[in-house]
Design a protein around this ligand. Structure first.
Ligand SMILES: NC(=O)c1ccc[n+]([C@@H]2O[C@H](COP(=O)([O-])OP(=O)(O)OC[C@H]3O[C@@H](n4cnc5c(N)ncnc54)[C@H](OP(=O)(O)O)[C@@H]3O)[C@@H](O)[C@H]2O)c1
Length: 283
């Protein structure tokens, strides 16, 4: 595979293995993450890769990243919206005042994708990494940022449902091939900060988790398989989609709700100030 790919959160976990395999298949890869040391160390282990600073918790950083990319490239062949944070124990805000999980996992990627539209050609793939936990999620339109009530897993599930609504709406609004992937349960750094909920998640993961490399397979399938079409979702084929080889999976009914998708889209444009307008991608 030729071309250039941006993988957010490729400094570790699933994103690293996604980037590594894409590079092995011949793509030039941009490792987009916030911590320089981890990012540069990851890029050094991936052929033809370079690290670029991207903090999805700061719309200024998203704009600087995309501006740099647009100045240097007239085409982006693949965008993998992979970076994520999970179960942040106490409510935290991003630089722009968004609840961190919603801000990083959804709004940051919403802005990133919108700002990269000028270099994405018709049919280019945008893979958005969600979680089977999206099925537990609800979009609380009256309290999107958890001002009134913050639940660490509830906020994560909401952000992962937002990923699903975003990816499906992106496929309806643009001629891009917008595809969802989820890794099942994989050993990664996702639960880095200690908390009782995270400790329980780690214990559960130890019982049934697959490697980060295996967790990257649905993303890689979504990114590279020739028969993938827009609006599809891929995850592991094992029990409860926890582990296994990539297969087509279903998203929840709430994830397919087109009214909610349009509503979330309008709110996301207002919050980020990024308007998608009419698609005018790269030639
Ligand atoms: N692991 C699982 O079992 C599992 C299950 C379901 C879904 N997922 C999804 O898989 C994706 C990858 O997670 P993972 O398990 O590989 O976790 P991980 O090992 O913690 O990797 C997360 C990546 O996201 C990056 N990141 C975090 N905050 C960021 C920010 N503000 N701006 C830019 N990058 C940021 C991190 O970069 P830094 O190095 O700069 O911190 C890191 O590269 C996530 O979307 C997650 O929701 C994972």
């Amino acid at each position: 595979m030729a071309g250039i790919a941006i993988i957010t959160g490729a400094s570790g976990g699933i994103g690293f293995h996604t980037a590594l395999e894409l590079a092995r298949q011949g793509m030039r890869v941009v490792v987009a993450s916030r911590e320089r040391d981890r990012g540069e160390a990851a890029a050094a282990r991936i052929p033809k890769a370079a690290w670029q600073e991207l903090d999805l918790a700061d719309l200024g950083s998203v704009r600087r990243f995309t501006q740099r990319f647009l100045e240097a490239h007239d085409r982006l062949d693949l965008l993998v919206n992979n970076a994520g944070v999970m179960a942040v124990p106490r409510r935290e805000l991003t630089a722009d005042g968004f609840e961190r999980q919603f801000g990083v996992n959804h709004l940051g990627h919403f802005a990133l994708t919108g700002l990269l539209l000028p270099v994405l050609p018709v049919g280019a793939r945008v893979v958005t990494v969600t979680s089977s936990l999206h099925k537990r999620g609800r979009i609380d339109f009256d309290d999107l940022m958890g001002d009134r009530r913050y639940r660490q897993l509830g906020a994560y599930a909401q952000s992962k449902l937002a990923n699903v609504l975003f990816a499906l709406e992106l496929g309806r609004r643009t001629p891009l091939t917008s595809v969802l992937a989820h890794p099942g349960v994989a050993h990664t750094g996702l639960a880095r900060t200690p908390s009782p909920v995270r400790a329980a998640l780690i214990a559960l993961a130890r019982l049934s988790a697959q490697s980060a490399a295996a967790g990257a397979l649905p993303s890689l399938h979504a990114a590279t398989h020739p028969e993938v079409t827009t609006g599809e979702a891929y995850g592991p084929d094992g029990i409860a989609e926890r582990r296994g080889y990539p297969t087509r999976v279903e998203v929840s009914g709430r994830g397919r709700d087109e009214d909610d998708a349009r509503r979330l889209w309008a709110i996301s444009e207002d919050l980020t100030g990024v308007r998608y307008g009419t698609f005018a991608g790269a030639q």
